[in-house]
Design a protein around this ligand. Structure first.
Ligand SMILES: Cc1ncc(COP(=O)(O)O)c(C=O)c1O
Length: 395
């Protein structure tokens, strides 16, 4: 059966060039970069190149820090827990602002911090799935230590007003973190322009390997290490450097930045073609204005069709990979958390399907998905007890 991958917000295929760049670091160049011998030293240029590639991708200054982590979940945990450790130590700040629709790696960490006595404000989202800058202003308190707001949402693709929030944070001397996992490689990410102090990213979302991410730290912003040990990464994060993955992340981010024009033109065009066609199906709606979303994402609600049922139908009958909720929660039969946060009725929140394209998605694949998506909706609505329009008239 044909297979079409439309779940690139969950993870992406590793680009061939990235695999090629990584290979030598598993085989010949396996030295520990902290060793003084040639095996160790010969790894340095590759790691240095990857560091340059990441700095240049997000326009970091030379004296800022970019620390490689095991994933964005680690980066997000790290920044929140570091602020918490500092809060406790200093004892004069006890408040964090975030949103209702962050990734679980932020929300679950916030819940943990609440259990430790930290006060958290969760900003609500509007019907577009984004937040209001005015709400951020009103939420700020004397004791606010950190604002953490994602740059783009994983479910809807909604792009958040990070630059404007950065200005508020700077004016009030509040630390500012953004989870840019769904933004890097899809829209420009410039830490100078955005005014963020900390930024999380993850290589597997932009055709790099799984198991490697990074945290950007603006010069002069203090961060408490979570991993103590051999003082690698300037003492910020100890542990032998994961050299093949660091090299892979560098290559992947460089390619992702080079592909941004393609994302903004060809991928956007394919996404719009797909979206237009799916919206011709009666009783469907898509969350968020197109120009306020990442160019690859569609979260579509199909009235009368249970999201999980549709996911299985698309997968088993047609080989199409889609999603109903955050990748990490996709085994739970729960309503889409972002649709719930937007205020969609319970029934509708269960009908969401996310399709996310990549720079490798072809027009032929999009045409295939249009045809099979329609077929799937027709079949599932015909057996749906909740979709009255397709019920026989005499029932
Ligand atoms: C917005 C966002 N933040 C964080 C993460 C976690 O990334 P990782 O898989 O690298 O831990 C994801 C992954 O789905 C995400 O979409």
């Amino acid at each position: 059966m044909r297979r079409v991958y439309m779940d690139n917000n969950a993870t992406t295929k590793v680009a061939d060039e990235v695999v090629e760049a990584m290979k030598p670091y598993f085989t010949e160049m396996y030295g520990n970069p902290n060793s003084l011998h040639t095996f160790g030293r010969e790894v340095h240029p590759g790691v240095a190149k990857a560091i340059d590639q990441v700095y240049s991708a997000i326009n970091a200054n030379d004296d800022d820090d970019v620390i490689f982590t095991s994933c964005a979940t680690e980066s997000n945990n790290w920044i929140l827990k570091s602020v918490w450790l500092d809060l406790i130590k200093n004892g004069n700040k006890n408040h964090i602002i975030t949103t209702d629709v962050e990734h679980p790696s932020i929300l679950a960490t916030c819940k943990f911090l609440e259990s430790q006595g930290v006060e958290i404000t969760y900003l609500p989202v509007n019907s577009q799935g984004s937040i209001s800058v005015e709400d951020v202003k009103s939420a700020v308190r004397e004791d606010t230590a950190l604002i953490s707001v994602m740059m783009a949402n994983n479910e809807t693709g909604a792009i958040f007003p990070i630059k404007e929030i950065g200005e508020i944070a700077k004016e009030r001397d509040i630390l500012f973190h953004t989870d840019a996992v769904q933004a890097v490689g899809k829209i420009p990410v410039d830490v100078q322009d955005l005014g963020v102090d900390f930024l999380s990213m993850s290589a597997h979302k932009f055709h790099g390997p799984k198991g490697i991410g990074a945290l950007y730290i603006r010069k002069g912003k203090r961060i408490t290490p979570l991993f103590h040990g051999g003082s690698q990464m300037g003492g910020h994060r100890s542990g032998t450097l994961n050299t093949p993955y660091i090299v892979g992340m560098g290559k992947a981010i460089e390619m992702a930045i080079q592909s941004l024009p393609k994302m903004d033109s060809e991928v956007r065009k394919l996404r719009d073609k797909l979206e237009d066609a799916l919206l011709e199906i009666p009783d469907t709606f898509v969350v968020g204005e197109r120009d306020q979303r990442t160019p690859n994402t569609i979260l579509i609600s199909v009235k009368g069709v249970e999201g999980e049922g549709m996911l299985w139908d698309l997968d088993k009958r047609f080989g199409i990979a889609a999603a109903t909720g955050s990748a990490c929660a996709s085994e739970d039969l729960e309503a889409n958390p972002v649709l719930e946060a937007i205020g969609a009725e319970k029934d509708l929140a269960h009908t969401a399907i996310r399709l996310s394209l990549s720079r490798y998605t072809t027009e032929d694949e999009v045409d295939y998905v249009i045809e099979k998506f329609r077929a799937s909706v027709e079949r599932l609505r015909a057996i749906s007890s909740s979709y009255s329009k397709v019920k026989p008239q005499n029932i």
